[in-house]
Design a binder for this molecule. Sequence first.
Ligand code: NAD
Ligand code: DAU
Length: 350
Amino acid sequence: MKSILITGGAGFIGSHVVRLFVNLYSDYHIYNLDLLTYAGNLENLKDIESFPNYTFLKGDITDAAFIDAIFKKYQFDAVIHLAAESHVDRSIMDPAAFVKTNVLGTLNLLNASRSIWSNFENKRFYHISTDEVYGTLGEEGYFTENTNYDPRSPYSASKASSDHLVRSFYHTYQLPVLISNCSNNYGPYQFPEKLIPLIIHNIKHNKPLPVYGKGENIRDWLWVGDHVNAIDIIFHRGIIGETYNIGGSNEWKNIDLVEKLCDITDAALQRKAGSSRNLIHFVKDRAGHDLRYAIDSAKLQNTLGWKASMNFEEGLKQTVAWYLNHETWLSHIMDGSYTAYYDSQYSKRG
Ligand code: NAD
Ligand code: DAU
């Protein structure tokens, strides 16, 4: 049985990765290591928490001694590293937290892999990263794997730094690494500070819909399930040392997306068509707000055969329906009670 460490598995994308791997690979034991920061929510994984090939480990990737200890104890064959501080607005408020988790945390995992793996045969260190490391685009062009790094927020600077560290361990120590850089994900279990779940929640509760600046910034949206399929493919078939870009070829201006969400949510709630658009409020722009992200994922498509499968209209409808049907999940986040789930369910398990 292979022993796989997934970090950040209680977060948005990580919980989808954990669920897929636990369900698909009964010959893998999946260890989900997560600190359960505000963004970690074990309610995301209720459906698989009792599976025999799944273990949750509460811990901090910035604690080097703890990381070394779990590497020795569980003898991981591979790491899929998602744990991070992930929200750009928070990075503007508190850059140091992002450097600590995203840079030092990644370094601790690299150091432990390098020192505890006696040889690197059949080992893999897969680092999950973001398209934001490439900076911002003007009206034309796409990010490829050869685009120069030009991070412009404390979040993207910390992710860029972690990417560089991962590559440096490949070149210096031949640690078998893989990196992927993905565009904006959407779908179930996304923390409602991010644009799409925030807007759906606010529409439902008739609250203002904050659109930064003029709403003209563009993001390339990808269904989280398509990202997770790419992670599965790259983990199993990616070439060691390589980087793969993952994107939806699905660019939307923020204001157009928010209006679309109003229309889909109004229809789902059987409200008068267009009524929620009145809630849109243009607010102060995000500092250093990157204008446009757009990914060229030709390398991943042509060399490993990945393709996004979710149609955006359908993905948004499913996302709206999921948030409207998961009022309890959302209310536990809003009243803070989701943070008690670990103590109520896991402390008795030891
Ligand atoms: P998220 O914020 O939803 O989840 C992050 C998880 O990491 C949480 O469960 C949190 O508790 C955990 N964590 C934070 N600090 C930790 C620490 N010190 N030790 C252990 N665990 C810790 O993030 P997400 O949106 O799921 O993103 C996951 C990864 O994918 C991140 O590395 C992010 O940079 C990358 N990414 C995200 C997107 C996106 O659109 N969300 C796109 C591309 C790449
Ligand atoms: O591109 C990948 C990145 O996508 C990931 O690496 C990040 O972890 C993830 O958070 C996301 O970053 P963004 O900053 O693009 O996502 P966010 O949902 O915060 O914002 C999307 C766009 O919407 C962005 O242009 C800012 C804007 N926005 C956001 C919020 C929260 C608003 O206009 N109003 C809002 O209230």
